[in-house]
Write a new protein. Structure first.
Length: 652
């Protein structure tokens, strides 16, 4: 172990919190996705204030979730106090089915609900529902290049076989196989769809994008893959999804309620309610929000929408999840305010962007009031309390090095929620495979043994000790292949690496969440990982950042205003700075919202001043990186990720 590195190991659960006093919210309560004290005891989320619900810019959304709190003091939702409603309509899938559907989403699982075509009464003569319920197995728009004679694997033992590719008439002969048996063969041209609907309700669809000539053989590019299971139910009433039960199915939609009993809102809880989850603040103050990750959505964050009827002009961490927000303290990182707008034009100095300087702290979520981790046991060792002045700009986080009047000097910080790594050898289909250092398995479900953190820094585990309780992992931290430190880390411990000349600003902080020991494969998960950049960033008054000028640097905030008018053209995506943009609907009505998806830069962007903090700050590209066409994303429980295909066969 390298001496004097400043690493520390603390045996607690850890997570990142904002620990400073919160700025005053600018967002109106009706636009927020967070329930806070002072708001109505009945609170509703729709696609307009919750970006976890399906949203199509042209079709909008069609679902809502309403919660009625009995009272704040008792902290619970009564029986039937949660109501979820889903309207039927065009399906929210990549493949646009033509009939009337609704899609129900529960965690990573999604279900396709088909309504009878051109029927006003959805009940059969015996009183049962005539709608169909199928589980969605695949729904993606990635492109798959499949060579002539090869197959594209689907789910549940199904695959698509490319029988022939004809370049002269741009056609392809495809066969659908189920468990190795051909069930359908079709000759399709480019831009045609392959659509198969079985009697048991299965739907398999794909799109022929193009045919490609090759030196060794021709191939076809397929996308728009959609697959459902067989019919799961005829009568949906009474079906249970998590704690939610379907209480009504009609032409207007599907209604679900928590019919089993009350739902307690205990501090620090994450409550799975089936459709999404409720996150409750780890605080004596009741505060909660709705969040969810279906595993099939893209990574876009949407703010609440400005329309002609909803003249919304202010956003912060309560109504735009692209801004950093900490539910335990109620703190958020940034705000965006339109203080002047005429028609579709925001004039010069009409858009105000404020970034607040926060105190970012590693703390324990086991306590009701956030404290620095080193004070959990009322023992404070010499040096830092693991609390740092930070701020956000354009989707990037910075850690403050120095602050002088009208000038900030900071490092950028990369934050990773979780990462799963493995230690070989690995076993796949009865064969044992060895994993070389630096190899990353890009196959679906594959597990890397090396984590490339960027800036030339890597983390790798070389050994797992499962004989001790808690289990331990031997971690090696490197930069450009040179070892910086090797350290044993216990499960539920935090590791911090500090370079001695960095004035106690950490280079790396990570938390070992869980370790699975297998034969012959070991797997572990790291969470809440920071990596602090080597480069110094300087921000001073007068700097130009995207469409903004830095107009003021105050003790607690950075203030920016737009230096030129901004035209909100229909159908445009306007980049403001970094990953902060406005998306404008393609409609006669002025309708737009902030998003973290980049768009067109309407004013030439000027980057912040970067200065190297160390002489070898220029990092070559990481070796071994390759470009590939996206395949299926298979989400597996970590406990079954012990059988993985890896690159190099082990010597027997």
């Amino acid at each position: 172990m390298t001496g004097g590195s400043g690493f520390a190991l603390l045996p607690i659960f850890a997570i990142v919190f904002l620990a400073c006093a919160a700025a005053v919210p600018v967002s109106p309560p009706e636009s927020r996705f967070v329930w806070e004290p002072g708001e109505n005891l009945t609170f509703t989320w729709t696609n307009e204030n919750f970006d976890g619900f399906y949203y199509d810019a042209q079709r909008a959304g069609n679902e809502s979730l309403t919660i009625k709190i009995a009272n704040i003091k008792d902290r619970y939702i009564p029986k039937n106090g949660i109501t979820y409603f889903k309207m039927p309509g065009r399906t929210n899938t990549h493949y646009r089915l033509s009939r009337k559907y609704a899609v129900l989403e529960f965690g990573i699982e999604r279900y396709l609900v088909e309504y009878p075509e051109d029927r006003s009464d959805i009940r059969s003569s015996d009183g049962e529902d005539t709608i169909r319920l199928n589980k969605i197995l695949i729904d993606e728009n990635a492109s798959h290049k499949v060579e002539n004679g090869s197959c594209l694997p689907l789910s549940n033992g199904h695959d698509i076989v490319v029988r022939s590719v004809n370049l002269s008439n741009a056609s392809v002969l495809l066969s659908l196989r189920m468990d190795g048996v051909n069930v359908d063969t079709r000759d399709l041209g480019v831009a045609d769809n392959f659509i198969y609907e079985a009697k048991d309700g299965k739907i398999i669809a794909l799109h022929v994008d193009s045919v490609i000539a090759g030196l060794k053989g021709n191939s076809v590019l397929l996308n728009g893959i959609f697959q459902t299971s067989e019919r799961l139910a005829k009568n949906m009433n009474g079906n249970i999804f998590g704690m939610m039960v379907i209480t009504d199915v009609s032409d207007t939609g599907i209604t679900m309620k928590n019919t089993a009993g009350i739902v307690e809102l205990k501090p620090g809880q994450i409550i799975d309610i089936g459709i999404a989850s409720l996150k409750v603040a780890d605080s004596n103050t009741l505060r909660f929000c709705l969040y969810g990750d279906s595993g099939m959505e893209n990574n876009e964050h949407r703010g609440s929408e400005h329309t002609d009827l909803n003249d919304l002009r202010t956003w912060d961490g309560l109504n735009y999840p692209g801004f950093m927000y900490d539910i335990n303290t109620g703190n958020y990182s940034e705000s965006l305010e339109i203080i002047n707008i005429t028609g579709r034009k925001i004039p010069k100095d009409g858009l105000l962007y404020t970034s607040y300087l926060d105190r970012l702290t590693y703390t324990s979520f086991m306590t009701s009031v956030p404290n620095p981790v080193t004070k959990i046991y009322d023992k404070k060792p010499p040096g830092t309390d693991w609390s740092y002045d930070t701020f956000s700009l354009g989707g990037d986080r910075y850690i403050l090095k120095n602050k002088t009047p009208e000038l900030l000097t900071a490092y950028s910080v990369s934050f990773y929620d979780k990462s799963v790594l493995g230690i070989g050898p690995f076993k796949f289909n009865g064969e044992v495979w060895e994993l070389d250092e630096g190899y990353t398995n890009d196959e679906p479900g594959g597990i890397p043994n090396l984590w490339d953190l960027g800036d030339g820094y890597t983390l790798r585990a070389t050994y797992v000790n499962s004989s001790e309780d808690p289990r331990k992992v031997l971690l090696m931290f490197k930069r450009n292949g040179v070892e910086l430190e090797e350290v044993w880390l216990k499960q539920k411990d935090i590791y911090r690496f500090i370079q001695t000349d960095d004035n106690e600003i950490p280079k790396l902080i990570t938390y070992l969440d869980i370790v699975f020991s297998g034969d012959p494969t070991d797997i572990f998960q790291l969470r809440n990982t920071w990596l602090v950049s080597d480069n110094i960033t300087r921000i001073k008054e007068g700097d130009r950042l995207g469409v903004f000028n830095v107009t003021a640097i105050k003790p607690d905030r950075i203030v920016l205003t737009n230096r030129e008018p901004i035209e909100l053209k229909a159908g445009s995506r306007i980049n403001l700075y970094g990953n902060l943009s406005f998306y404008v609907k393609n409609s006669d009505e002025l309708s737009f919202y902030p998003t973290n998806m980049r768009g067109t830069i309407v004013i030439p962007e000027v980057s912040m001043n970067n200065m190297s903090d160390i002489p070898y700050s220029t990092i070559p590209a990481s070796p071994g990186s390759t470009e590939k066409i996206s395949g299926f994303e298979i989400i597996l429980p970590i406990a079954i990720l012990l059988a993985v295909k890896i690159g190099k066969k082990r010597r027997k």
